[in-house]
Design a protein around this ligand. Sequence first.
Ligand code: PLP
Length: 439
Amino acid sequence: MTDDLMSRDGRTIADIERLRFFPATATGGAGSYVVEEGGRRVLDFSGSWGAASLGYSHPAVVEAVSAAVGDMGAICLGSCAVEPAVGLAEDLLARMPDERERRVWFGHSGSDANDAVVRLLEAAMPRRGILSFVGAYHGGSAASMSVSGHSSQSHAPARPGLTRLPYPDPYRPQFAPDLVEGALADLDRRFESEIEPDEIAAVFIEPIQSDGGVIVPPAGFLKGLEERCRAHGILIVVDEVKVGIGRTGLFHAFEAEGLSPDIVVYGKGLGGGLPLSAVVGPAALMDFSSAFAIMTAAGNPVCAAAGRAVLRTVEEEGLTANAAAMGERLLSGLARLAQRHALIGHVRGRGLACGVELVRDPVSREPASSETAKVVYRAHQLGLILYYVGMQSNVLEFTPPLTLSAAEADEGLAILDRALEDVAAGKVADEDVARFAGW
Ligand SMILES: Cc1ncc(COP(=O)(O)O)c(C=O)c1O
């Protein structure tokens, strides 16, 4: 029996918990690098799907977590007013875009946070309908899956009363001649015919649709959606789990269009790697006691302390501005790569939430799904962690730590350049990638 980490993983970890793209291992991490079994350092352009907002082993998180765990690790927020959790709630409330009275709920993951929103809506709102988007990923737990629309979750039943709208995609526009006008007119038409708007409780939206393909909605769409929701009393739930907390060069991604959401959902980067999520919503809804449910360790002092350290560090180290600057550097480097590699169909993103869509043909835009699997496989061989997303599994996703340096950005671009070249030259075989299912 082989005893390397990958073999032990194969004997112990459930397949349903795996999302593997290449034979990666991890025994440590520092800054933007993961340390693999055997000691190789690999640059991480995924940042563990955006969770490693400050990279790995950032001293601010290490210190905050160590202090909290050495002090009162297990205290339950549900039954006790706990300093780090209340402090973190105050930090989040202070960042809301308007003066409405709000409360904060804490959980462990983006999934349970979106679940909590569905539970609250169900309990507190007489309206039964929900809107979300084709391609949306709001989580892997029952209720969050039931309002998602991602191809990887086709096994999960949609929530009764759910309507999925097309998420406007500038590279693959669903409406012509004007994508924004078309998408909003489509919504208006639905409100007049197939959906009763006064029966809709809320719309769930990702301000950049991440797992659906890093789709940046065209300017004006989010605002137009907000206006229509306001007109019909539909609550706006913005899922900032992947792109919030400074990643897009703004604290909230929704600020790009000056939205004022009713409910904001946080996860991933908020905990800097620790299991932490939060929902910030209207007090009347968040205090609705008939929706009572409790999770013993939610908002625990260790994770809350990590969250406070992340928010403080993002501010003190100017990481929102760094995300904007490094994002521009990545996007212009990727645009240069697009001129040399026929596989690159589209480069897009905002700050350090970038996507590169790979296609077989620039005119037909046929998704290059197997080639994408090979590119990330080869990139890993060459020293770069990069995963892919998208309904056709053909979009490279870049969500590196917000602490990324210019040298690291350039290093990753150089590796990707070579990986694209090697795949085009046929250096990666179908069999190499066959055992990695990806999405
Ligand atoms: C936008 C969005 N919401 C929610 C989730 C679920 O978060 P988690 O996997 O931490 O439960 C994800 C995960 O990819 C996400 O991208």
